[in-house]
Design a binder for this molecule. Structure first.
Ligand code: NAI
Length: 328
């Protein structure tokens, strides 16, 4: 029998947490043969609701779930963590400036990074979901100097999945026929979903679509603004789809990408594709044996270059802002 994997989830009492925990416990995060122990991290006001969710998890009698503990102290929440999903964050409220938002999230992700540094398992893998995800990941990473930098990642898999779905709808293809799609840059409205290297049933996606106006005026804005469209329709932000993407991100990281395909992850840049080293930006990556690598050698046309540069510029500005605040 395998030793259970410790999975820490922050923001466990929130709406993504509610959609996420049951799927982790039923084996979708790591694999149908991998036992897990859940460590739920909340703030004091969230503890009671987290306990309610833990009661429901008990009531599922999941065969793979070997324990649930709930904490409001990050030093305890990350103890022995092999996987950490950082979901809880400070949302932007009306009238809040970017600097205020980054400072408020620094107050969350800095202590969490420090706690990961001090208490997590040596093989810790971190996914930041809470927005602004890329820069929150940068803050946590900077606060965990003893953890290899590449273990800190930010989620752009929801954008990736949204883009696949929109492309499938446009072309009448099945989602499973679409490969090699890429989200570049920041998980924000500046992100760039790139179909120039994507394939639909083996054919180049941009050629299959062959509709530049749709690409520029419909596809890209639909994917980039999908979060706002969901809020508008549902009266609440994406939760089940975000949880699903978090599951996909970690599952792919741990279990690998399919031969001939890749995925999108926000990861520390090594300078590839002109993205300044150290920024946590979304790239096309392949995963194998629990490690990821940036797909190299793609030709970036001018249309793509402009959009990647704009999103990376935004990331640089966010990094400068958190540097000024002393958070990194
Ligand atoms: P929510 O507001 O329903 O839940 C957030 C939870 O985090 C709350 O229970 C709160 O008590 C908890 N929390 C706050 N500070 C905490 C801390 N320091 N430690 C532990 N827990 C803490 O929010 P929801 O809908 O679950 O979304 C969570 C985050 O995910 C938001 O920042 C949202 O913007 C982001 N998000 C990211 C997406 C992506 O694609 N990267 C997609 C959708 C949402």
């Amino acid at each position: 029998t395998r030793t259970p994997v410790n999975v820490t989830v922050t923001g466990a009492a929130g709406q993504i947490g509610y959609a996420l925990l049951f799927r982790i416990a039923s084996g979708h995060l790591l694999g149908a043969d991998v036992p897990v122990k859940l460590r739920l991290l909340e703030i004091p006001q969230g503890m009671k609701a987290a306990e309610g969710t833990a009661m429901e998890l008990d009531d599922c009698a999941f065969p793979l779930l070997k324990g649930i503990d709930i904490f409001d102290d990050p030093n305890k929440g990350f103890e022995g963590a092999n996987v950490a999903l950082l979901v809880g964050a400070r949302p932007r409220t009306a009238g809040m400036e970017r600097g205020d938002l980054l400072a408020a999230n620094g107050g969350i992700f800095k202590p969490q990074g420090q706690a990961i540094n001090a208490h997590a398992a040596d093989d810790i893998k971190v996914l930041v979901v809470g927005n602004p995800a890329n820069t929150n990941a940068l803050i946590a990473q900077a606060s965990a100097p003893d953890v290899p930098a590449e273990r800190f990642t930010a989620m752009t898999r929801l954008d990736h999945n949204r883009a696949i779905s929109q492309l499938a709808k446009k072309t009448g293809a099945d989602v499973t026929d679409i490969k090699r799609l890429t989200i570049w840059g920041n998980h924000s409205a500046t992100q760039y979903p790139d179909i120039f290297h994507a394939e639909i049933a083996g054919k180049n996606a941009a050629e299959v679509v062959s509709d530049q106006a749709w690409l520029a005026d419909t596809f890209i804005p639909t994917v980039a603004k999908r979060g706002a469209a969901i809020i508008d329709a549902r009266g609440a932000s994406s939760a089940a789809s975000a949880a699903n993407a978090a599951i996909d991100h970690v599952h792919t990281w741990v279990n690998g990408t399919a031969e001939g395909d890749w995925t999108s992850m926000g990861i520390p840049s090594d300078g590839s594709y002109g993205v300044p080293a150290g920024l946590i930006s979304s790239f096309p990556v392949t995963c194998k044996d629990g490690k990821y690598e940036i797909v190299q050698g793609l030709d970036i046309n001018e249309f793509s270059r402009t959009r990647i540069d704009a999103s990376v510029q935004e990331l640089s500005e966010e990094r400068d802002a958190v540097r000024e605040l002393g958070l990194i």
